[in-house]
Design a protein around this ligand. Structure first.
Ligand code: M6R
Length: 606
């Protein structure tokens, strides 16, 4: 989604802004722009990729102060005019904005009445004109921004530059901004990933805060004017740039990174002799775990699918009622929050606006919420204050893969941990943690011999739609397979618990319809087999994900086998062929696998 980068210091700003934008490209965007103080306020913006913006930059952009933006359209079409930065009419103030100004229409009308002509359809542009009006009336830059934001409703991460001042003013409310402190130079970005090649020293701006950046110095304050003493964090080296290496795309690289990523997630979190898992960051003793009356997990997209696996495991292993919720619905359904319950939010980026809103809703109502998060220091991780990092390392492809398997692994560890505080025996706990320890190797084994993926792709690539079926713990895996194929190959996909298929989706089946069935060797297999027969009777082509050596393989048109494991651990293996099917289908169709259309890596608007 939209990205921000800014620089003030002794170096030429433009090349740094461009390289900063490149680091934000993985988030997904449709246009890009920069503004640099270079005698005048020079603004260049262009629909398309950062390299297209780079192509229109003259060599004469020499200034040392600048702001830059990648836009993912929300208000107004994908046009050069709607791209950021936006400038005041006199060209003395420029702004980039992430987030949504909810009262933009009312503010536009007020500006029009004052004779101001807006050049774009965006909500963001109103801010720059309002700031300039305050500035023209004599307010200092910080005051002009502060007064403007008091009249705005919505979410923002903004950076503003003034032609007549050597500073960048930033403000955050619901849209992340991180300040990077270098030697006599200062950076700002919406994502710490963009800062790591310049500095490891960062300040996370909090909601309701503003910052004045000068070369090598930062002053932060609240919107009320109160000065804030910022905390300096040191970024983890692991969050440096992740290179493609020999891989053609980030997605396939990240699929292959899953064995190592999983090792990172579970190392130090397994106690084999007690047969338990331990997520230390939760700070929950067995006594506390025993008292938890129910668990709720809240997330979006792939993280929601992982949460759906997690909730089944928690209920099964600990006999604690457990539910997963769609984050975008959660807050608006006015949920009852039980202060004794345990709430988890699950997120790769830790920046998803819907999930962050759910955290705030739970906290406002007195609940305890913990994060299961990948990006260290992200907004959700910091807002929760406690939780478990999943340690997948940087995930750059828009389609989430290694984060899914690590979210499932972290939630499996938690399910075992809470299970052991209750009904799960040491023996059963040991069997599970032993099985979990073997998964990375089993993943590697499968990835080095992937089975007839391309045969499955042949059946799927021209299909009008694809049905994914699974039952029990494989039902969320079916959802994940459908999500992956839909977002990458743009093929309409339906995912259903296989028993529910006959209550509706069966109507879609005709000769040749592809049906992907996930069927590990568990007690539900006979039921899934019935669903396979029902599909075959209607001419459907069955692509089956099953376990090695299982005779059910003979029932399908294409069978892809994964190594044997405990059925409760199977999602971490059965999902692998589904990721590969989505990847190779998109490639066969000539699509951009790492940056599918309309999607963003971290969805920072509601
Ligand atoms: O960063 P998050 O895990 O909170 O993101 C949630 C979803 O936006 C994300 O999983 C999305 O569905 C992915 N594109 C799936 O591949």
């Amino acid at each position: 989604m939209c990205g921000i980068f800014g620089y003030i210091g002794p170096s030429a700003a433009a090349p740094l802004l461009i390289s900063g934008l490149r680091r934000l490209e993985y988030r997904g965007y449709d246009s890009a722009g920069i503004a640099v103080i270079n005698g005048d306020l020079d603004i260049y913006k262009k629909v398309g990729m950062v390299k297209e913006l780079e192509n229109i930059l003259p060599a004469t952009v020499k200034g040392n102060i600048g702001i830059a933006h990648t836009r993912w359209a929300t208000h107004g079409g994908v046009t050069d005019a709607n791209s950021h930065p936006h400038a005041s009419e006199d060209g003395k103030v420029a702004l980039v904005h992430n987030g949504i100004i909810e009262n933009a229409n009312a503010l536009r009308n007020q500006l029009r009445k004052r004779g101001i002509v807006l050049k774009s359809e965006t909500d963001s542009e109103v801010l720059v004109h309002m700031i300039n009006l305050e500035y023209q009336s004599g307010a200092a830059p910080l005051t002009a921004v502060r007064r403007t934001l008091r009249r705005a409703r919505g979410t923002w991460g903004i950076c503003v530059i003034f032609l007549e001042h050597e500073k960048i003013i930033c403000a955050r409310n619901g849209s992340p901004l991180v300040i990077g402190i270098g030697e006599k130079e200062t950076f700002i970005a919406s994502d710490p990933h963009a800062l790591t090649s310049h500095t490891q020293k960062v300040i996370y701006l909090e909601d309701g805060e503003l910052a004045v950046l000068t070369a090598g110095d930062v002053k932060t304050s609240r919107n009320s004017g109160k000065i804030v003493d910022p905390t300096i964090h040191i970024l983890d080296d692991d969050w440096g740039e992740s290179e493609l290496g020999d891989y053609p795309h980030y997605m396939i690289k990240e699929i292959h990174e899953q064995p190592d990523a999983l090792r990172q997630c579970i190392t130090g979190r397994i106690n084999l002799s007690d047969g338990t898992g331990r997520l230390g960051g939760l700070r929950l003793s067995p006594k506390k775990l025993q008292a938890i009356p129910h668990v709720r997990l809240i997330a979006c997209g792939t993280a929601l699918n992982a949460a759906l696996v997690g909730r089944l495991l928690i209920e099964k292993l600990a006999r604690v009622p457990s539910l997963a919720h769609v984050a975008s619905e959660f807050r608006y359904n006015d949920p009852v929050i039980d202060a004794k319950g345990l709430y988890f939010v699950v997120s790769q980026s830790g920046e998803t606006a819907d999930t962050l809103s759910a955290v705030k809703e739970i906290q406002t109502k007195g609940g305890t919420v913990m994060g299961v998060i990948n990006v260290v220091g992200s907004s959700i991780a910091r807002q929760c204050g406690a939780g478990a990092y999943i340690h997948s390392g940087p995930e750059q492809a828009v389609a989430s893969t290694k984060a899914f398997t690590n979210m499932v692994a972290a939630l499996t560890l938690f399910a075992i941990q809470i299970g052991r505080s209750r009904t799960l025996s040491r023996q059963n706990g040991r069997a599970l943690v032993k099985g979990l320890r073997e998964i990375p190797e089993q993943m590697g084994k499968y990835l080095s011999n992937q089975g007839p993926i391309m045969e499955a792709v042949e059946i799927i690539k021209e299909a009008k739609s694809v049905l994914f079926l699974g039952r029990g713990i494989s039902s969320p895996v079916a959802r994940e397979g459908a999500l992956k194929l839909m977002e990458l190959a743009y093929i309409p996909c339906l995912a259903y618990p296989s028993g529910e298929m006959k209550h509706g989706p069966i109507a879609l089946l005709e000769e040749g319809s592809p049906v992907v069935v996930i069927c590990p060797n568990d007690e539900l297999k006979p039921k899934v087999l019935s669903a396979i027969h029902e599909c075959k009777a209607r001419g459907a082509k069955i692509i089956l994900i099953c376990e090695e050596g299982d005779e059910i393989a003979a029932e399908a048109d294409v069978s892809i086998c994964v190594p044997n494991t405990d059925p409760l651990l199977s999602p971490m293996l059965t999902v692998l062929p589904l990721q590969l099917i989505a990847y190779h289908t998109a490639l066969e169709l000539g699509l951009n696998v790492d940056r599918p259309r309309n999607l963003a890596k971290s969805v920072t608007v509601e």
